[in-house]
Design a protein around this ligand. Structure first.
Ligand code: 1CP
Length: 334
């Protein structure tokens, strides 16, 4: 069994496990080189030879316990026929939503359109670099996908004023999204993904009284589906106000925390395995500070099943030497 699976299934606290969100990304010169020759991001995601190479790049440099597939949560709307473009210094831009067209998409059409993603998983999973290690597949949570499909751009810019006006549209879309997320997850697992992470990057935007139908219910549906396939599932409801309530409602195998929460409170109040937490900005400082902050998390979770990770993705301006130092610090911790 891989170290991360031992941590999750056996609640083993004796092995130090680590992988990092956005570990394959712009802070790596070898990624930037491929990216500079491939200006169309979606096309790059659909090139299984290059995307599997990118997936494995960080494992050539660092002693990580897992790779995460090089893909994007917005491949789901793409697979449903809502085109996505990534603009430099702007972020994603989605075409206008046409629900009638989306309702006509069949499971076969969806799977065929995303076939290179499944090939990339198959290629990566067979590589020697992943022996006794995990390969993360992932999806966006239904709420976060709904946000991008309706809003057409990052809610970081703003959430459309009329976002919540059409309740019927929201209900209809959530049902379609959940159906195709399940298909996308099943295809990833059948191709060799050994763990699934659900990113709910905009969970923090949902008000208390809407949490049940926008977050808990649809995410629980996915979690139960993944459990039925005998694969562990990790949820990351970023910036949600109450992680404990989320865990009680959604019951993932592992919960990833962001850096705004107090890890001591999490350790005390949450019984399931925990992942993540460290502020990625710490990697922009110096080695002593990286060590001090990494050890803080390791000490707090020393008797709690814990997978070391960040509270958000590695920042593009991070020096790869600092990532190496972090990984070795975690691995050497006793
Ligand atoms: O080179 C570039 O310009 C592209 C930057 C980039 C990368 C490297 C994007 C555009 N996506 C990705 C890959 C990616 N996206 C991964 C792969 C592997 C890894 O972690 O190493 C993963 C897991 C994601 C997931 C993702 N995409 C999320 C959830 C995690 C998070 O960051 O909160 C979200 C919200 C997206 C949408 C997205 N894709 C890309 C950008 C810039 C964004 C965010 C836009 C926004 O702020 O709304």
């Amino acid at each position: 069994m891989s170290p991360i699976q031992k941590c999750i299934k056996n609640k083993d606290t004796n092995i130090n496990t680590i992988w990092l969100m956005r570990q394959a990304g712009r802070y790596l010169p070898e990624f930037r080189e491929i990216r500079s020759k491939n200006p169309d991001f979606v096309k790059l995601c659909l090139d299984e030879r290059l995307s599997s190479e990118i997936t494995l790049q960080p494992l050539k440099r660092f002693n990580l316990d897992a790779a995460i597939i090089f893909s994007d949560i917005l491949m789901l709307p793409y697979g449903l026929g809502q085109n996505v473009k990534f603009e430099k210094n702007f972020g994603p831009r989605l075409d206008k939503l046409n629900v009638d067209d989306i309702l006509k998409v069949t499971e076969n059409q969806f799977t065929n359109k995303l076939d290179p993603v499944y090939k990339l998983i198959n290629i990566s999973s067979r590589d020697n670099l992943l022996q006794e290690k995990d390969l993360f597949g992932f999806v966006g949570a239904p709420w976060t996908i709904l946000v991008y499909m309706i809003n057409q751009l990052s809610p970081k810019k703003e959430l459309k004023k009329d976002f919540f006006d059409d309740q019927i549209l929201i209900e209809k879309l959530l049902t379609i999204i959940v159906k195709f997320l399940k298909l996308h997850i099943k295809n990833q697992i059948n191709s060799g993904a050994t763990i699934i992470q659900i990113f709910d990057s905009w969970a923090g935007l949902v008000e208390e009284k809407k949490l049940d139908y926008l977050i808990y219910k649809p995410t629980l549906d996915l979690v139960n589906f993944i459990k039925s396939l005998n694969v562990p599932v990790i949820c990351f409801p970023r910036e949600i106000k109450d992680y404990k309530k989320f865990v009680n409602n959604v019951k993932p195998d592992v919960v990833n925390i962001d850096y705004s929460v107090d890890p001591k409170e999490i350790e005390k109040n949450i019984e399931i395995p925990v992942q993540g937490g460290l502020d990625p900005k710490v990697l922009l400082t110096d080695k002593d500070n990286v060590k001090k902050n990494a050890i803080k998390y390791m000490e707090i979770f020393k008797d709690h099943p814990y997978i070391f990770n960040l509270g958000h993705g590695v920042l593009p301006e991070t020096n790869p030497d600092m990532v190496k130092y972090l990984v070795n610090t975690v691995k050497d911790f006793k």
